[in-house]
Design a protein around this ligand. Sequence first.
Ligand SMILES: Nc1ncnc2c1ncn2[C@@H]1O[C@H](COP(=O)(O)OP(=O)(O)OP(=O)(O)O)[C@@H](O)[C@H]1O
Length: 269
Amino acid sequence: MLQLQAVTKTFGANTAVHAASFSVDRPMMIGIIGSSGAGKSTLLRMMNCLTPASSGEILVNGRDITKLRGAEKRDWQSHCAMIFQQFNLVPRLDVVSNVLHGTLNRRSTLATMFNLYPEDDIIRAIDILDRLGIAEHAPKRAEALSGGQQQRVAIARALMQDPTIILADEPIASLDPMNAQLVMQALRDIHEQDGRMVIANLHTLDTARRYCDRVIGMRQGRIVFDGTPAQLTTGVARDIYGADASFSEATTSTQIETLSARPETVAAQ
Ligand SMILES: Nc1ncnc2c1ncn2[C@@H]1O[C@H](COP(=O)(O)OP(=O)(O)OP(=O)(O)O)[C@@H](O)[C@H]1O
């Protein structure tokens, strides 16, 4: 269903992503790891057409999305929702309106200007917030919520688009370990319950191992590892991060002692 063939991005003389190739034949949860500057964000942004690829193909069910323009490109972007480290919410707007922004691509300019939403969409937005365990915050301004809650609002906004793929660019990098686990579990639940594909850039190995079915490692713009969490040994991780023998996984850990059991659903929190 998703196939990257020699996807490359250059910024001037700098090759941010060099001939990245991999294919995914069923919805799964994929973690992309690598040190800062390895090309993870650029790779994700090319999949969403936020950054145009310099060369190569990104085939989705056989269609090369790097060639899309105008309405076709926007249509693909609505099927391929993006979540960012800094949430990208409208801080002064209430939570439910932020979630409803996920429907912007299919609403008229007039409806957008007057903040008019169909009742069905409002009900769906609240249902999604409920599923993520934050419906009680629906009337509050987004800026009044904690980071973990704001990221779940961003996930709710993404779900409003009913996407096939969710791309998450360092979704937990700004969160404390407890909230990081809530957000990762929410993404995992969405994958398992809805059958959506989730691809997340992650900066911690234990998170990639714990939540993902497959891990892709990038180093200096190249994919240097593509395998299961079990294959991601400390030695492999050391190669991905270009670290020496002193490399310690503890430096990339989000584990906390108090949250020993994996929460079954976010709604239970
Ligand atoms: N818009 C841009 N213009 C010029 N260079 C860029 C641009 N975006 C990224 N780069 C460069 O491309 C390379 C890869 O950056 P990218 O942000 O994709 O890495 P990353 O693995 O996501 O890093 P981080 O974990 O720090 O976000 C870096 O050398 C970066 O400086």
